[in-house]
Design a protein around this ligand. Sequence first.
Ligand code: 13P
Length: 253
Amino acid sequence: MRRKIAAGNWKMNLDLEGGKQLASEVVNMVTDEVSKDIDVILIPPFTHLTTVKSLISGSSKVKLGAQNCHEEASGAYTGEISLEMLKSVGVEYVVIGHSERREYFGEDNALLAVKTKKVLDAGLTPIFCCGEKLEVREAGKHLELNKEQVEEALFGLSKEEISKVVIAYEPVWAIGTGVTASSDQAQEMHQYIRGVIAEKYDQETADGISILYGGSVKPGNAAEIFAKPDVDGGLVGGASLKSRDFTDIAKGF
Ligand code: 13P
């Protein structure tokens, strides 16, 4: 059975004090209020990972993720962070191919294929992001584009490897805009992506992969989106910076 996941991508927000406060509040609220067997993943900036890890270590539900990694193991890559470094501070999940990385840092499907494989080789779980821009959806090419992103970045993986990947569908037009995809739009895309994986691998493999929705998820819309059969949770940006909102989203299953 695939896992239900509420993941909070803090992006480049909060100083260490703010991050400590947020992580502590989320752990307390999730412990008190979330009874279902779900994974709650906190994805702070690199500088906060060790501190957040120590704050969540008593919780069986709350896990640690990183927003990015470098694909090389070590060496002269000033400013970059390796997977071994992330592993050594207790990271379990790594976001790969967020649209902001694609847009502002030129990450393409070929690089994301390498990164995803390296995350798996390190024994960590990639959260692989795909999603179309508004003009692609308006041109009716959104299914095609997401298929291409998934195929080019993930289809070099073996069946065993892809089974361990978490996918996040994040339509770019819904990120940080307050405009959420409707639950039907999310379901359509998630079902489609699952079908593409089933066609390449098999139905059992596709059925085991958690596919998250991301883009203006809020307490007021999470439950409706998460209720769709192919939506296994959310990758939350802005609303994950407020412990009350993020916990309420995690209660939306
Ligand atoms: P928002 O929830 O702020 O729209 O961001 C979504 C996102 O990009 C999560 O990775």
